[in-house]
Ligand binder design. Sequence first.
Ligand code: HEM
Ligand code: HEM
Length: 267
Amino acid sequence: MCLEAAPKSGCKKSSCGCGGHGRHTPVVNQPDPRIILALKFDGEEAHKCACGGRTCPRHYLALTGFLLGGFLVLHLAINALGLWPDAFQAAVNRNHALGALLPVLEVGLIFLPLTIHVAFGLRTLRREKLKFGVEKHHHGSDLRQWLQRVTALIMLAFILFHVVTMHRWFGGRFDPGHAFSSASNAIWRFWHGLPAGHPGNLLFAQFYLLGIVAAIYHLTNGIATGAEVLGFVSTPAAGQRLWRVCLIAAPMLLLAGLAAWHAFAVR
Ligand code: HEM
Ligand code: HEM
């Protein structure tokens, strides 16, 4: 018997060490009061992650992740307009016509949620490292969760590089007046001195490919698991349905991402 509140993934990964086999002599420990407080008796199993039954940090990860997901879908869709540079310029003009509201939206809807998400994400990764099969709050497989964390690290490196090299606040090279050519130069000719197609430049263009693929996995898998964490799906069948929707959305987003990459990086 395992006395601790079992994680949704089953008892075998709980820290009681019973390995799920129940072969050891049961040790009747005094249960931690926080675990008792975190127990739920309405059929939903409780989790254990030292959040003490208060709002779990993973709720913040999922909430901010959903917000960032909205941004990412829009970002990839607008970038796919790069196939038609005039349409891309028109979309950028519309964004920048927001004037003083634009930085407010950028901070409120992108940079602030991203900072909170990354802070909670790094805290989780510092505690649990990239170990396979750690406790989780959803029914997704261990491999899916591990890939969620690997893609998180790839995205962290990519977003830092991408924002610093593109965004005006960091002296980046994106010029809204020449939206297509400036973005394309930043991606395709990272080293000004080297010709396009030189291995030094190709490396950075390929980093974009990696960033796009990682982001689409992280987003689509994260929506499916995050919906469980937030209680948006209440039964395993509903969770499976959402997972299938995400499996269909992933190649569609990949198509938009690859279209953008082709438009900006292959010239
Ligand atoms: C646009 C960028 C991003 C989006 C759309 C996004 C989205 C999401 C979503 C929806 C979740 C699901 C939450 C859940 O299952 O509870 C999640 C989890 C997570 N994200 Fe992100 N994320 C982004 C960037 C990042 C970055 C840069 C990091 C780097 C630290 C990161 C680290 C994590 C971690 C560690 C998890 C939890 C994985 C787990 O519990 O196993 N994310 N993200
Ligand atoms: C070929 C693909 C991509 C292109 C052409 C592209 C282009 C751009 C450009 C031009 C900007 C500057 C916007 C501005 O200063 O107004 C930007 C910002 C940004 N990009 Fe991307 N991007 C791509 C992929 C990605 C991916 C995969 C992610 C997420 C992992 C991402 C995350 C961001 C973020 C967080 C910002 C800063 C927020 C903003 O002000 O828009 N981008 N991108």
